[in-house]
Design a protein around this ligand. Structure first.
Ligand SMILES: [Mg+2]
Length: 272
């Protein structure tokens, strides 16, 4: 069949990996796409690990991904801050992601004024009242609030934990400042990825397991949205007001839409 798509954006968790391990057929699928001339980017909202970790995980499986093929909120925010001509950035992010901001001018870690941007990600257990108050003082003293996603909470091994959006909302409530959100579902995040692909939006698909922030959000910027039935997918998701362009059992079923063929017949598909 003729290709329906020329470019591909892939969510990471629930589409390519689950619990840190690749889903069945994913290494073969990625190898097939990388060997073709179909441009690919992985679009993940993770703010806990640097892209280097993600790339190394796939490289250990023989998949030659490079860091520039992975777009995360910290990486996108660093680029955005650079484009904004940021002069003094205050980071409230996990230690592991600080390296994504290398090359940007940072304020002193104790500073309470003098920042032009306050970047808030998931600091996990590093959050404290003094840290939040320092962010507040920097904002009141003139900094703009930048959010690395707006997740409400997530499920950690020990139970639910507040996510970035909860901390951003506290700072936004206190200061009355609307945050600049970088990450899914923000349209700018998808546009940045699309720019990197160099393929028209209507010939590019976003593949995700979140019908709202992957599929629906991608469709809002003119991309095709493909929902996989892996990861967090539940049948009720299809009644949430978003109609995916395609619903597929798993990400390996996207290959024919790209005009790519590979013998995946021997690979067990995930059971639903
Ligand atoms: Mg996902």
């Amino acid at each position: 069949m003729d290709a329906e798509l020329d470019g591909l954006l892939l969510d990471l968790d629930g589409v390519l990996v689950t619990g840190g391990r690749p889903l069945p057929g994913v290494p073969e699928m990625l190898a097939t796409v990388l060997a073709s001339d179909v441009p690919l980017r992985i679009l993940s909202n993770t703010t806990l690990v640097p892209r280097r970790f993600i790339v190394e995980r796939f490289r250990s499986l023989g998949i030659p991904l490079t860091a520039d093929m992975v777009l995360t909120p910290p990486a996108a925010a660093a680029r955005w801050l650079h484009d904004q001509g940021a002069q003094a950035v205050a980071l409230f992010v996990a230690p592991g992601t600080r390296e994504e901001f290398a090359g940007l001018p940072l304020v002193d870690p104790e500073a309470e004024s003098g920042a032009d941007f306050v970047v808030v990600g998931d600091m996990g257990d590093e959050w404290s009242a003094p840290a939040l108050n320092r962010a507040l003082r920097l904002l009141v003293n003139g900094a703009r609030l930048v959010a690395l996603g707006m997740g409400r909470y997530w499920k950690a091994p020990d139970g639910l934990r507040l996510d970035t959006g909860a901390y951003v909302s506290a700072l936004s409530f206190a200061t009355g400042q609307e945050p600049v959100v970088i990450g899914k579902p923000a349209p700018a995040f998808f546009r940045l990825a699309l720019e990197a692909l160099g393929v028209p939006a209507n010939r590019t698909a976003m593949v995700g397991d979140d019908i709202i922030s992957d599929v629906g959000a991608a469709q809002q910027v003119g991309l095709k949205g493909i929902l996989v039935k892996t990861g967090k997918f539940r049948p009720e998701d299809l009644e949430r007001g978003v109609t995916p362009d395609w619903v597929v059992p798993d990400v390996t079923h996207v290959l024919p839409l790209l005009g790519l063929h590979t013998d995946l017949g021997h690979i067990p598909t995930t059971n639903e």
